[in-house]
Design a protein around this ligand. Structure first.
Ligand code: HEM
Length: 136
């Protein structure tokens, strides 16, 4: 079984993961750009890096990562940014595409391992955002 943490380590060595995730994400759907008008990109990228770590930790049951994902999901809900739920999937696919570019040992097994980890976190994220939409 491929270890996403090993893959993440290899990606960090290239120092390109966050930049590529951001670039691929913004280009992968015409609706996404407009949300980032006025965003402090350097700050956003720092948060993105924390989010990659949070996804890995969340998959291992880490409580702080869970709280972090909950806070960020709340920010994306109608409470603040009002991001449509169908766009969340693009964040995940663009992360995997960025890993594909940055991990020199990328393989179908590595892809599957990343999918499993990211899926858990993003499903939780989406559920929290939906709960808020529903007034929960
Ligand atoms: C489920 C997948 C997603 C994750 C895990 C995620 C993660 C994050 C994180 C960690 C932040 C920084 C939060 C903070 O400031 O504390 C953020 C901010 C933001 N995200 Fe997302 N995001 C996701 C999906 C999306 C989508 C689909 C969009 C737009 C279509 C989007 C647009 C934004 C915007 C506009 C900000 C605020 C940037 C600013 O502060 O100006 N995100 N996101």
């Amino acid at each position: 079984m491929a270890e996403p943490r090993d893959s993440y380590g290899r990606c960090l060595l290239t120092k390109a993961l966050v930049d590529r995730h951001y670039e691929i994400f913004l280009d992968c759907h015409p609706e996404i750009h407009r949300f980032f008008d006025g965003t402090d990109v350097a700050k956003y990228k720092r948060m993105l890096r924390c989010m990659h770590t949070a996804l890995l930790l969340f998959a291992d049951g880490d409580e702080l990562a869970r709280q972090n994902l909950r806070r960020v999901a709340r920010k994306h809900s109608s409470w603040e940014l009002d991001v449509p739920e169908e766009l969340y999937e693009f964040w995940l696919t663009s992360l995997i595409d960025a890993v594909r570019e940055c991990d020199p040992e990328f393989s179908p097994e590595v892809e599957k391992a990343w999918h499993e980890v990211a899926r858990k976190g993003i499903d939780f994220f989406t559920a929290v955002a939906r709960e808020i939409e529903d007034g929960g």
